[in-house]
Design a protein around this ligand. Structure first.
Ligand SMILES: Nc1ncnc2c1ncn2[C@@H]1O[C@H](COP(=O)(O)OP(=O)(O)OP(=O)(O)O)[C@@H](O)[C@H]1O
Length: 664
């Protein structure tokens, strides 16, 4: 896999990642889906602009019909413009644009019919953005009239326009509020969908397990942050950039003509100026992507170290490891601060560029238009108009140059989400090294291993070589061996968690098997949730649960801990032995065909261990245990001894007992 940390550029890869993450909410992922998505977006923009054209004509005509005197006196320019529009070819262009853009949506309706809410909201949002843009233009006109009336001391006109302004603002406020609300609402829907999209893939095929996101050399650090903060800022920022781009296009449309009319060299000079500025901003911004990317990681690492302390509070307290923990946390915090320092230095460098870029622009129109004025070709007002048009067009063209900081941090977020998406979609990318071969799994009624050679995920150790055995129904196997010989790993291979190696494993479907891992797992939730984990059987009453708890010697638990529905921090409330017994109760409730127990009774006294195994023998469950204690031999028929160095031997329980007796 190409190293992601070496790829911080505004390039095709970034663009592809952006489309990959942004598209699925609006258009299903299919061949050429990205282009169709962009086409639809353009169609939505065209639709909105054409619609606005007709809305403006409609509003003016309606206004003229309702208040003829007012419109003829006050908005004569608007009326004249509307009358010109009604006979101009632009009317037909707008009508055709409206029809064609609608047809684009009709053409792909089958693909997007489940996504109509987002398209309606997005189109509405674009329309509102355009309305707000128009309102601003109107307000600018009103103030021009107010200023002129003041200057010419036309008091009635002055008051008239002030009242018009008041009325306009009263009608504009709801539009502004709805505009903002719609933008946030669409962001919220999108975030909900995208988070769900990532979560589904995160839990699919145990990606969360294989990502190994705590390893120092991992490509995908802190998936939690990617799914929470990165997704949130991705959706919000994409929408606001989209609206900014629309705004820029409209501004360009409105003012480029004016500018070109005044001076061609000015228009041309502006394009060159903005292109150079954008180029420099992109060059400087590239550096910022990497720094922003690192910042997100360092911040998440810092937060994780604090969560880690919270999760392991008791162990740290026993060890009195506060000093060490504090040092670790401060180190991570230090990395975040150092990187942030770098960020503000680079921002200062970019600020130099941006200030220069924006202040120099004030000179440019004068430099180009003043000679025209001096030579008498243009009048004085032209300079003012050119300056306004120039600054409008420039700000539209300078969207990248002026927002490079936020664009680079947006790009960093896109890279984090894009890389995460890639590794979730393609399991091969999750491993740091290429696998030469994998252990094959077949689903069958019984469990059997055929010539299995098992390696650790990083291929550093071969744990067992050419291991073969088969378990008959009802046969019970005990796996023994020195610490680190690979006992738990063998169970991981049976469960399909580890597949690095050769050979094949035949086993029942995992739904028919229940694994109790070495560390008893206590989920977040109530005592009922603990007992019913992982399959939520709805048919069990409280009496059934109490009966099961009695079987594992935990009958008093509900009374002691406020019933079945109180939520507690179970891992810290229950003793290790209690947690193991609770985990064992899950087997008695689930009654799987196969149970796999990894030192599941290691924290229990021998009497409790015996009680649990006797319960297990009453079920129709075939089980495999891993354990060190000789007392376990009594509950098993076969013994698999892992001898270290990838050697193994299979014994009957009786033979192994005799072997132990001889050895001692
Ligand atoms: N994720 C991993 N990546 C690489 N090596 C690992 C990984 N997990 C475990 N190992 C290594 O694999 C070997 C076998 O580990 P395993 O947990 O299977 O031992 P075990 O026999 O169950 O030990 P114990 O009796 O102490 O629980 C160990 O040397 C361990 O360090």
């Amino acid at each position: 896999m190409e190293s992601q940390t070496s790829q911080f550029n505004f390039d095709r890869r970034l663009w592809n990642r952006f489309i990959t993450v942004a598209q699925p909410y609006f258009y299903p992922v299919v061949r050429r889906g990205g282009w169709i998505f962009l086409g639809l977006l353009a169609a939505a923009m065209v639709f909105v602009v054409a619609l606005m054209f007709f809305v403006e004509i409609g509003v003016t005509l309606a206004g003229q019909a309702l208040f003829p005197e007012f419109f003829t006196n006050v908005a004569a320019g608007l009326v004249a413009q509307t009358e010109r529009n009604l006979v101009s070819p632009v009317l037909w262009v707008a009508a055709v644009s409206l029809g064609l853009s609608s047809l684009c949506f009709v053409a792909v309706w089958r693909q997007i019919h489940q996504r109509w809410v987002q398209w309606v909201l997005l189109t509405f949002l674009l329309f509102l953005s355009l309305t707000v843009n128009r309102l601003n233009v109107m307000i600018s006109f009103i103030f021009r009239f107010i200023d002129t009336a003041l200057q010419q001391k036309e008091e009635p006109t002055f008051w008239q326009f002030l009242i018009i302004y008041g009325v306009l603002i009263i009608s504009a406020i709801p539009i502004l509020v709805i505009y903002r609300y719609t933008r946030l609402k669409l962001g919220l829907f999108w975030r909900e969908w995208l988070t769900q999209y990532f979560l589904d893939r995160y839990f699919d095929q145990r990606a969360y397990y294989e990502l190994d996101s705590n390893a120092a050399n991992t490509e995908i650090d802190n998936p939690d942050q990617r799914m929470s903060e990165d997704v949130r800022s991705f959706t919000g920022t994409t929408l606001s950039f989209l609206l900014d781009i629309l705004d820029s296009i409209l501004t360009l449309y409105a003012f480029t003509g004016i500018l070109y009319g005044i001076s061609r060299p000015l228009a041309l000079g502006l394009v060159i100026y903005a292109t150079v500025g954008t180029g420099i901003a992109i060059l400087a911004g590239r550096k910022l992507i990497k720094i922003n990317f690192d910042q997100l990681r360092y911040e998440a690492d810092f937060r994780y170290s604090l969560v880690h302390v919270r999760d392991n509070a008791e162990s740290i307290a026993f060890y009195q490891g506060e000093g060490q923990e504090l040092r670790q946390i401060l180190e991570r915090f230090g990395s975040a601060l150092r990187n942030f320092n770098l960020l503000i230095i680079w921002q200062a460098v970019i600020d130099i560029f941006q200030y220069a870029y924006n202040y120099f622009t004030r000179i440019v129109p004068y430099v180009i238009v003043a000679p025209l004025y001096f030579s008498g070709v243009r009048d004085f007002g032209t300079i003012t108009q050119a300056t306004i048009a120039f600054s409008q067009v420039l700000s539209a063209l300078s969207i990248v140059a002026n927002q490079i900081q936020s664009i680079s941090s947006f790009a960093a977020g896109i890279n984090r989400l894009g890389a995460f998406h890639e590794s979730l979609e393609d399991p091969a990318l999750r491993y740091t090294r290429d696998r030469e071969s994998t252990i094959q799994t077949r689903i069958a009624h019984q469990l059997a291993l055929n010539n299995v050679t098992l390696l650790t995920p990083n291929s550093e150790q071969t744990l067992v070589r050419d291991l073969s055995f088969a378990l008959e129904a009802g046969q019970r196997l005990l796996i023994v061996g020195v610490s680190g010989s690979g006992k738990s790993s063998l169970l991981r291979a049976i469960a399909g968690l580890w597949t690095n190696g050769k050979g094949s494993i035949t086993r029942p479907d995992t739904e028919e098997m229940l694994f109790l891992p070495q560390k008893p797992y206590m989920l977040l939730g109530s005592l009922r949730d603990q007992l019913l984990y992982p399959m939520r059987r709805q048919d069990l009453t409280d009496e059934d649960l109490v009966r099961v708890l009695n079987q594992v010697n935990l009958g008093g638990l509900p009374e002691r801990l406020d019933g079945f529905d109180a939520e507690k921090d179970w891992a810290n409330t229950l003793s290790l032995g209690e947690q193991q017994r609770l985990a064992f109760a899950r087997i008695l409730i689930t009654q799987p065909r196969y149970a796999i127990l990894d030192e599941a009774t290691s924290a229990l006294d021998v009497a409790n261990e015996k009680l649990l195994y006797l319960q297990l023998q009453h079920l129709n469950t075939t089980y495999i245990s891993v354990g060190h204690r000789p007392s376990l031999l009594a509950y098993h028929d076969l013994v698999l001894e892992l001898q270290g160095g990838s050697a193994w031997q299979l014994w009957s329980a009786a033979e192994y007992s005799a072997h132990l007796a001889m050895a001692s």
